[in-house]
Each structure stands twice: as C-alpha cells, then as structure tokens.
Write a protein that binds this ligand. Structure first.
Ligand code: SF4
Length: 370
C-alpha cells in the first residue's frame, strides 16, 4: 500500500490564517424584528422568482428554518446536489459554501444558482489548487482519481469520481474490488479512514477541514468517561484518535439519523455544532453534547463552527434574490468535464443504496443505514 506523499500548506504568502477574512464577513446577530422582517422579505422573493432555498446543516438555524418553511431542503452535500438537480425551480439559492453552489451549477447548467456570499469557501477547497492537483495526477497516471465534494470545479474536472462522506466508503470499496489503485484528495483524515476501512491502495493529498481537525481525542476520552452511556458520533474528517472513539462514523445525514433512531439518551457530537439545530428539531428530548475542541492536548481552541458557513445570513439571501448578486458561474468546458465525476457518483448511489450505510462500531441498538 502506498503512503502519503504530497505536502501542501494552506496559509497565504504572509502566513495569515485563511479564516481571518471569513470571520470579518460573518453577519452580526439580528434582533427578532430584523429577523422576522428579513424572513418575510426572503419568502416573498423566493416565491416571486420561483426560487428554492437549498441549505446545509451547518448554516444558521434561521436559514435552515426558512428553507424548510418555503419548500426547500436542509441536507448534506450529497442531498443538496440531488435536490437542486431534480427540483423544478429554475433558480436555486444555495446557502452553504462555494463548492456546493458550483456542484449545483454543474448538475443544472441551465439554472440560475445564487449564493448569499460568493466568498464562502472551504479549507479543503483552498488547500487543493487545481494546478498543483493536476501535477499530482500527472505524476500518477495509473491511479483512479477520487475527489471529495469539497473541491473546486476545476479539480473535479480532473477526477474520475466525486464522493461525499455519505458514500465514500461504498464507492472506494467498489473500486478496490475492481482492482483499481486510488489517488485521493483533498481530506487526509477522511482518506486515511477510508484507506484503513477498505484496505484500498490510496495515495493521499494532505488537506484538512479546519473545523473537524480541531476535535481532540484525549479530551473526548475524558468526556466519554463523564458520560458513559452517551453514544459518540464522529464525522470522518476528524483526526484518527477521535474517529477511534466513535460509536458511529458518518456524514452529517448519517449522524442525524443516528440521533433520531438511536436508543441512547445522550449523544456526543463531533461535527460543526450548527447541526444540533436540526437534531433538536427531529429528536426533541435527547441530550446533545459538543465534542471537545479544547483542553490540555489542544494547541488552539476552535469553536466547532465553520467561518465560511457562518457567512451565510438572511440579508445575503434577500440581497442575492433582489439584485441577482452572488451568481455562480462555471466555465462550460470545466463544468462539462466535472459533470462526469458527479454524475458517476449519483448513478452509483442510486443503484447501490446500501453504499450510504454509516460505519457503526460494534453493536449499537437502533441504528440502521441512513
Ligand atoms: S466545515 Fe470544514 S469541510 Fe465543511 S465547509 Fe467548513 S472548512 Fe470546509
């Protein structure tokens, strides 16, 4: 099996953290009257423009609620892509990060795709520039290129397959069974996890998610000791030491399903903390505990919330619908090339629904496939 070979730093030339400019653009909290007025205006505009709001679990609760109240969806990136493609509306408002808007446009090139803030990106996307990635692929022409959804359209254009955290294990298993060697990008933790679970021959790019990378295994072990009956849910973008303590390893949808269907009363959740908004709505009465991002083993404390997801707000939804700002454009040639790898994933998932099963450690009562 090949080991990691590619090193990449995501800091800019001045050594600045890539999150500074994101936090500076996060909208200020709204008063109740401001929130009600903006929600009412957004509702009007969605109806007037025959538009639908497609939101990720990590955006503000008021945006998630607006999406559901207006016939849209709150979902993980796999479901967002499918919903946007299949919905009759010709305008999609994507509340999430840029690669999600690009995927929607690639799958529906004839639709208008708007985003509340086009600067909302992702550390995985930033950490995998298309030119460097193309050189990596050129150096390993014998490998099937599998990329995570959290990449630019240009990186997807170079890939054979796109996967999300919902279906990555199933698809890599399928490729391994066909005897294929894999070049994986960009998340090193997810890549390492899939490599270990499948035994596939994988060469890994060295990106990471700045949110999930901050969960701490030592502190999680201490928290588990304080809550011995809690079920631990971990997103596979987290470090190996955190994944090793999980009862369920899966995507956001799979974690949500685990809380709804699980027999436990308490859940320790290792992913962006805004997923708890939907968990509380769908599993009222269950106790949700944030997995630790600080403690003696921490080099810095994170807040378990993505700064780029936080840039999405009600004002941005209103602005993009009023003015047409924040429109996603994808070069048609790149879009056509990228379409192949997304479509291949969607076709595979449609034909193999069992590929969406989360990884459950041991016997956990009441947890089925998501
Ligand atoms: S939470 Fe992590 S993977 Fe998701 S958009 Fe933010 S930086 Fe990217």
């Amino acid at each position: 099996m090949s080991d990691t070979v590619y090193e990449y730093t995501r800091q800019d030339a001045q050594g600045q953290s890539c999150t500074l400019s994101a936090w500076a653009k996060v909208p200020a909290p709204l008063t109740p009257s401001q929130r009600d007025a903006l929600k009412a205006r957004a509702r009007e505009l969605l109806a007037a423009r025959n538009a639908v709001l497609v939101a990720h679990y990590y955006v503000e609760g008021e945006l998630q609620d607006l999406a559901l109240e207006t016939g849209g969806i709150v979902a993980d990136s796999l479901e967002m892509a499918r919903f946007g493609r299949d919905h009759a509306s010709q305008t999609l408002v994507v509340a999430g990060v840029r690669f999600m808007g690009e995927s929607a446009k690639i799958l529906s090139p004839g639709k208008t795709v708007l985003m509340p803030d086009l600067d909302a990106t992702c550390s995985l996307d930033l950490g995998c520039p298309a030119d460097d990635f193309a050189a990596f692929c050129d150096a390993h022409p014998d490998r099937t290129v599998v990329v995570y959804a959290n990449t630019s359209a240009a990186v997807k254009a170079r890939a054979d397959w796109m996967v999300t955290s919902s279906c990555a294990l199933g698809i890599v298993n399928h490729l391994k069974d066909q005897g294929q060697k894999i070049l994986w990008a960009p998340d090193r933790h997810l890549g390492r996890y899939i490599q270990r679970e499948t035994g596939a021959d994988m060469l890994l790019w060295q990106g990471d998610c700045i949110v999930h990378n901050e969960f701490k295994g030592v502190e999680l072990q201490l928290l588990k000791a304080q809550h011995p009956n809690a079920m631990v849910l971990v997103h596979p973008e987290s470090p190996e030491s955190v994944v090793a303590l999980a009862d369920v390893v899966g995507s956001t949808s799979q974690m949500l399903s685990a809380v709804i269907n699980g027999s436990a009363q308490e859940y320790i959740v290792a992913t962006d903390n805004l997923i708890m908004h939907r968990m509380r709505q769908l599993a009222p009465g269950k106790t949700l505990i944030e997995a630790p991002t600080a403690g003696n083993s921490a080099t810095c404390k994170s807040c378990a919330h993505c700064p780029w997801m936080a840039m999405n707000g009600l004002q941005g939804v209103v602005d993009c619908l009023e003015s047409g700002s924040g429109e996603i454009h994808v070069d048609p040639v790149i879009g056509q090339k990228a379409h192949g790898c997304i479509d291949r994933m969607l076709a595979y998932v449609a034909a193999h629904p069992a590929a969406l099963a989360p990884k459950v450690q041991g016997m956990v009562k009441g947890i089925g496939a998501a």
